[in-house]
Design a protein. Sequence first.
Length: 189
Amino acid sequence: MASLPLPKLTEMEYLAIERAAEFKSEFVGGEMYAMSGGTLRHSNLAARTVATLTSQLKGKKCSVFTSDARVRTPLSTSYFYPDVSVVCGEVQLYRGSNDILTNPTVIVEVLSPSTADYDHGTKFAHYRQIPSLNDYLLVHNSEIVIEQYTRQPNGGWLLSEHARMEAEVRLASIDCNVTLQAIYEEAYS
């Protein structure tokens, strides 16, 4: 006997379930996807990215968020928990909520073997819908590489790959420079 397809959830149904849940799930195309836990290296790379950006942005009107901050995409009405996100200027929240960002300037995902294709493809396609997003960084977990996608004036995205410890990622959108050494030095020592 064939099983019946599960009905799609609405945004409001997802949010009600998610806010009551003990674990985080992302929401794409009317379906919830449970998030798996990361490795210690993944956690360390994300934490070092948060610390580096926080110190670089001290005194500026920017806020750095961890993977506990939910981000909503406007066209596909999808919800994600990026490893790191940065909002410069006033934080804009979705429909009066206090837990859904709509205007990140920078999003960072730490890649793992199980999520790399998704983060490069489907997830990035959804993130590109966010008008305020100017930089998308993919921090590799298994090698010293940061891929930087920067929105261009024509709406396209330019890829820059940084693959040396002494390399520096220039984030003009938030006026800071991040060295790979700051992100990777303890993870690979």
